[in-house]
Design a protein around this ligand. Structure first.
Ligand SMILES: [Zn+2]
Length: 294
């Protein structure tokens, strides 16, 4: 039986996994991403892939690669990636040439949503929205066990919907994108605006629990923005479940204060939508990449 190889390209780390025919994990490897330029990123993927092939003595396998951004249906080049050195580059073409084989490329949030829909917290639900709140903020839609990519391959990209046109500048060129408020980098920036110095997310959350004024104000705003953004998304898609992933999904209050903020803003007489934490942990993205492989 064929093996499934998945590679998840992240801004700071690249992860590879090999699944057997029953979906059991045979190997997992994590390396730092050298995102100093296009060639180091592509070369890093190639080296990881070759090590994975060696680990199974070249046994037959499929290959799927998860990446921030999406392949443009018009040009075949990558777009919308927060690893900006990849934007405009023919990533699929170059990887096929370097690795000498066919492969699938899928948006990382779509990979996350697919894995959680099939094997994690979204299992048993027909329409699953997967949210990644990490360095950036992405989203993916899975319907009947399949990724819904959309006409322009941007379905689910709620991180770059604008919720405050006068808000902070985003790398995408707009102002007040969801990502500028409810991503890790966004939260740290919003705190720094209030406090005058930057702290990591964990410290901001701890400080707010301890009553620190700047941290408390930052987190109050964070939950309000989360409520607005998720209520907007429910009004468009009305999914059967929303699964939260990425580093920020570990903030416990998201499932109490955050959900309450959604309830206050949702365009409905009640909020039925389960908003739940991921179940596959950090591994969802790379497992999803393995599942979409060809
Ligand atoms: Zn944006």
């Amino acid at each position: 039986m064929n093996l499934r190889f998945g590679i998840d390209l992240g801004g700071t780390k690249t992860e590879g996994v090999i699944l057997d025919a029953e979906g059991r994990e045979l190997l997992r490897e994590r390396v730092a991403t050298d995102s100093s330029g296009y060639e180091p990123v592509i070369g890093g993927i190639e080296r990881l892939y070759r090590r994975m092939v060696d680990a199974v003595d070249g046994a037959p396998h499929s290959l799927g690669i998860g990446t921030p951004g999406a392949v443009s249906r018009r040009t075949g080049r990558l777009k919308n990636s927060n690893t900006t050195c990849l934007n405009g580059m023919p990533v699929g073409h170059d990887l096929r040439a370097r690795l000498g084989r066919e492969l699938a490329i899928e948006n990382d949030a779509n990979c996350f949503a697919l894995a959680e829909a099939l094997a994690g917290a979204g299992r048993g639900h027909r329409v699953v929205f997967g949210v990644i709140m990490g360095t950036g903020c992405g989203g993916g839609i899975v319907i009947d066990g399949k990724v819904h990519g959309g006409l322009q391959a941007i379905a689910g990209e709620w991180g770059h919907t604008v919720i405050d046109p006068a808000g902070p500048a985003c790398y995408c060129g707009a102002r007040g994108c969801v990502e500028t408020f409810i991503s890790g980098s966004g939260l740290e920036h919003r705190y720094a605006e209030r406090a005058g110095s930057r702290r990591p997310v964990d410290e901001i959350v701890q400080a707010s629990r301890a009553g620190d004024l700047a941290a408390t104000a930052t987190m109050d705003d964070f939950f309000a923005r989360f409520g607005q953004a998720v209520a907007n998304l429910i009004a468009v898609l009305d999914p059967d479940v929303i699964v939260l992933g990425g580093g920020l999904s570990n903030i416990d209050e998201l499932y109490t204060r955050g959900v309450e903020a959604v309830r206050q803003r949702v365009f409905s007489d009640s909020l039925e939508t389960p908003i739940v934490k991921h179940r596959l942990g950090d591994s969802a993205g790379v497992i999803g990449a393995a599942l979409v492989g060809v």
